[in-house]
Design a protein around this ligand. Structure first.
Ligand SMILES: *Cc1c(COP(=O)(O)O)cnc(C)c1O
Length: 391
């Protein structure tokens, strides 16, 4: 069975974690601090703050830019449900806008239509690692003074061309960028998240809120020669990452460039091979974007039943997933008002399948995936099969 995804973890991570265990300091401490500075250096952000996962990162990002009860946050429905859950946890309402007709990311022209006097933030998503058009969104938001948060849960190591230079996602184009280290993403700490920003006051707010709103960090109190009494100026949360997780994250960060180059090679091979498979369209990458290919979405022609294709591939030993979910089609978010039509959003979920992609995937495995897809489509189509050979 070829799985949809597989984290790349090895002895280095196991050794790093065991060192932390043996050190006796396992909660948020020196490893988290080191992971944060290495992550900031990698992305080019001024500040990086580690948290327990990307959902808590989104919650803190929204709170820190001032999202509160009754506010509107413009975002997509075509994304993981954590986005809307975090908005609603602030007491705010998501305003879902459609994605682009030829991709899976937010359509900036739809953002412009949705801006209102109640808009407090725009939450855009770099879906499946493909950078969304943040510069166009910033251009629209600028006139309204609305902060922009980037959900980069899947986009670690992806790049965007702005001002004539490539830069990594995470060096904030907007105000805050949120990342996930769930095993389904490109690097993992089991569970984990990170917030990057160039605004020091936001970084301070993240640090306060992730640790119960406590004025002094554990490390500062531990290291102090003088007695310190902490205070609690604001109500906070426990959204901390542990040092065990951070030590694994530091090793994962070292592997990241290789992971991304492998994934880009695999994506390129998929793109070339799919040109010969009728009924399945590969995703396109804008000239100004370099995806880390966290997922590889393939658009099926309308006459194929998505579930039948997936079942046929599963029967041939290949795991797939359907396209990204739509939050407005789930019971948990069914009470969110829908002021705008979402035709591309709904089509994307129902006509897309995700193919297996992971850094250690072999060329043979990839041929098996393509053969399974080709066979599924020709069986369901009643037409002749395509024969792929190992290159
Ligand atoms: C995975 C994901 C999240 C949630 O990340 P966790 O670390 O699991 O909380 C949020 N947004 C998007 C787009 C995701 O893909």
């Amino acid at each position: 069975m070829i799985p949809i995804a597989k984290p790349l973890l090895g002895l280095e991570e196991a050794i790093a974690a065991s060192r932390v265990v043996m050190s006796g300091w396992v909660s948020q401490g020196p490893q988290v601090a080191a992971f944060e500075s290495e992550f900031a250096a990698f992305t080019g952000a001024d500040h990086a703050c580690a948290v327990s996962n990307c959902t808590t990162a989104l919650h803190l990002a929204l709170l820190a830019v001032g999202v509160g009860p009754g506010d509107e946050v413009i975002t997509v429905s075509h994304s993981f449900i954590a986005g809307a859950n975090a908005i609603r946890q602030c007491g705010a309402v998501p305003v879902f806008v459609d994605i682009e007709p030829d991709g899976f990311n937010i359509d900036p022209t739809r953002v412009a239509e949705a801006l209102s006097s109640r808009t407090t933030a725009i939450l855009c998503v770099h879906q499946m690692g493909m950078p969304c058009n943040v510069p166009a969104i910033l251009e629209i938001a600028k006139g309204f003074g609305v902060p922009v948060i980037e959900d980069a849960a899947c986009a670690i190591g992806s790049e965007i061309l702005t001002g004539g230079a490539w830069q990594r996602i995470g060096r904030p184009l907007g105000d805050v960028v949120c990342f996930s280290f769930h095993p389904r993403k490109v690097i993992t700490t089991g569970e984990g998240g990170m917030l990057t920003t160039n605004r020091p006051e936001l970084d301070q707010m993240f640090r306060l809120l992730r640790q119960h709103g406590m004025s002094v960090s554990d490390t500062a109190r531990h290291d102090s020669a003088a007695v310190i009494f902490e205070s609690y100026p604001v109500r906070g949360y426990n959204y901390r990452m542990t040092d065990i997780q951070a030590s694994i994250g530091r090793e994962q960060l070292k592997r990241l460039p290789k992971i991304i180059s492998n994934r880009r090679t695999l994506a390129d091979r998929y793109r070339v091979a799919l040109a010969d498979i009728k009924g399945a369209t590969p995703p396109s990458e804008p000239e100004w974007a370099r995806s880390n290919w966290q997922s590889y979405p393939v658009l099926l022609s309308d006459h194929f039943d998505q579930k039948d294709v997936m079942q046929s591939m599963l029967d041939q030993g290949v795991a797939t997933r359907r396209g990204i979910m739509n939050m407005h089609q789930e019971p948990a978010q069914a009470d969110v008002p829908l002021p705008f039509p979402l035709p591309h959003t709904e089509a994307a979920r129902d006509h897309t399948i995700l193919l297996p992609i992971f850094a250690q995937m072999s060329a043979e495995e990839q041929v098996d995936v393509l053969t399974a897809l080709s066979d599924a489509l020709s069986d369901l189509n009643g037409s002749g099969r395509l024969h792929l050979v190992h290159s």
